[in-house]
Unconditional design. Structure first.
Ligand code: KIV
Ligand code: NA
Length: 279
């Protein structure tokens, strides 16, 4: 199938078709997701936790993002890929933000970049990156890079005034030129209200069923990442358990001398050559 474009996503919203969005960080996973037919892949800075073993997204660098976006691009050449901007790759200045967004496009061929926040500074960054010709996805609500100010990983917009603030951030991000917005960790009513008034695709993760599409972190939904599981995650598989069991079985068989089986898993010599070799 051909890679979807901004026009396809607009059409999907128009038709009421949900946009399917998952994270991926490596070649193999991206390949499986493309095969499964997902519409959009996010190479999130959740890379820090899911692949690199950090406790937060803060240590993730531009070089980390470029490398993993490249791997995902190789695995999913025909899927729309969003590259996440890591902490401090866009906060400093518009120029810096454009240069770093440009790296993800130039070096990893992503179709879009994503950055967090809905204030005036972020609006300026979105405008600058958009004017450089790059598609921008905003990210509001629960924004992990603002974890300290939010006071932890918890749902946002649960009071009427907090909900209104997020709705206004969505308006500001759209006005700044974002092609789409990801809304994370808000009540269903808030996700629905934002999607209902927006002129661009609104994607949700933990934002209820009223958004134009859904995102999950793949390692959560296949049961691979077990350090912490947010309330909004549905587990579609227990891959972590399957892998652990396979590693255990292998460990056992090697120790018992059951693997490899010389009749099945090894290379053979002709009887003649073997005889000559052994004499
Ligand atoms: O980094 C990421 O995967 C994200 C999602 C959690 C929204 O930004
Ligand atoms: Na992120």
């Amino acid at each position: 199938m051909a890679k979807k474009t901004i026009n396809d996503f607009a059409q999907m919203v128009e038709n009421g078709e949900k946009i399917v969005y998952l994270t991926a960080y490596d070649y193999l996973t991206a390949k499986m997701q493309e095969k499964a037919g997902v519409d959009m892949i996010l190479v999130g800075d959740s890379l820090g936790m899911v692949c690199l073993g950090y406790d937060t997204t803060f240590p993730v660098t531009m070089d980390d993002m470029v490398r993993h976006c490249q791997a995902v691009r190789r695995g999913a050449p025909n899927t729309f890929i969003v590259g996440d901007m890591p902490y401090m790759s866009y906060q400093k200045s518009d120029e810096d933000a454009v240069a770093n967004a440009g790296r993800l496009v130039k070096e990893a061929l992503v179709d879009c970049i994503k950055l967090e926040g809905g204030g005036p500074l972020i609006a300026s960054r979105i405008r600058a990156i958009q004017q450089a010709g790059i598609l921008v996805m905003g990210h509001i609500g629960l924004t992990p890079q603002l974890m300290g100010q939010i006071g932890g990983y918890k749902a946002q917009g649960r009071s009427a005034s907090a909900a209104m603030k997020i709705v206004n951030e969505a308006k500001a991000v759209e006005a700044a030129g974002a092609f789409s917005i990801l809304v994370e960790g808000v009540p269903t009513a808030v996700g629905k209200a934002i999607a209902g008034r927006a002129g661009i695709p609104i994607l949700g993760i933990g934002a209820g069923s009223g958004t134009h599409g859904q995102l999950l972190i793949y390692a959560d939904m296949v049961g691979m990442y077990d350090n912490f599981t947010p309330k909004f995650v549905k587990k579609y598989a227990n891959v972590g358990e399957h892998l652990t069991n396979a590693f255990k079985a292998y460990t056992e068989e090697v120790r018992q001398g059951q693997f490899p089986d010389d009749a099945e898993h090894t290379y053979k010599m002709s009887a003649e050559e073997e005889k000559e070799f052994l004499t």
